[in-house]
Design a protein around this ligand. Sequence first.
Ligand SMILES: Cc1ncc(COP(=O)(O)O)c(C=O)c1O
Length: 409
Amino acid sequence: MYASNDIPFLDLVTPHVELEEELTAVFRRALFTAGFVGGPMVEEFEQAFAAFCDAKHSVALNSGTDALRFAIMACGIEPGHVVVTVPHTFIATTEAISQAGAIPEFIDIDENTYNMSVERLQEYLEQGCSRDASGRLISKRSQRPVAAIVPVHLYGQMADMDSILRLANQYGLTVIEDACQAHGAEYFSGKLNRWMKAGTMGRASAFSFYPGKNLGACGEAGAAVSDDPAIVAKVKMLRDHGQAKKYYHDIEGYNGRLDSIQAGLLHVKLAHLANWNTQRRDRAAEYDRLLAGNDAVTCPYEPSWSRAVYHLYVIGTDDRDGMMRHLKEAGIGTGIHYPVPLHLQNAYAHMNYSPQDFPVATRAAGRIVSLPMFPQLRADQQARVADEIYAFTSKTAGSREGSEKVVLS
Ligand SMILES: Cc1ncc(COP(=O)(O)O)c(C=O)c1O
């Protein structure tokens, strides 16, 4: 769909052109049945998405942010409770925590996977917390009870869930997964001795269907996933003004419902998600191969227990901004996910964190760059991306002596 030689960061047009007939049929169905909010299209999608996740239930919502906020509230996290998460994520993670009334506190990330560091989590629980007279775990930083952990499966790769769940169980904490970037990602649980899908290991989880996600709507959408019927019922109430029966409001809720048209469009696209994820993994393997000889860049690290779905392909390099400028001039789109870690955002200045509080996240934010990544990305486009990266890094003294030049095919 892109006529020029440019390589976009993301191509949201081609998959929609390929599915045009099926997608427009969804509009017709909604228009002619006047089914715009709720109804069969939403329920059918909920069942199909739960099945895709190997979960019992999913609840369709209007965003991943609401999905995470409602999941946190439905898990019984109360105002004033501490919920720990990572600083290297999109701000929606901590917005969901704060807007559920809880207090976000941070755990630094692992420098290889960019996900929550189990060592830092253990250190936080052992040294950053104490027990009060009734035995509750209290954060020394905020003097508030610690209630939950929100690991983020960033870039399409799951966090080390066995280790996180082991610590959570040891300390009596609830785990709620931010799976907004990880539809279909898998983790080999040594404890369960099988591969587990993102969103099924915690008590509840949240997915985003923002257009650029591996499964993206043609607008805003998200879903909460859980096997627990009580959590599912609570999320359903929260999304619909606190009512289980029309006009009988047991609690004050929100309008977090998903449009039927978006549910229908997502259902059409869901049928292709497994294939698209496989294509993303193939594209990632191709980048790995092309960039393997370039010691000026760090490619993504996938532990043996992980099958990532590469929502993003993120490399690390010293002169990140220079590389991005070079790639832009060559017509190659890139992104930074994310340039400022949450502990250094203006929104959280009142928390008084310094860059050294979470040094790995601080350093990562200055080095990372996301390369073009989408299922339809072609091998010749990837070769050109790698070639331009070599062209740039070879200008940096001593960065790639002895490594081979990538030949454009
Ligand atoms: C890690 C993470 N959490 C939460 C969200 C929020 O999802 P949404 O944009 O659908 O509200 C996103 C979306 O970008 C995300 O990447």
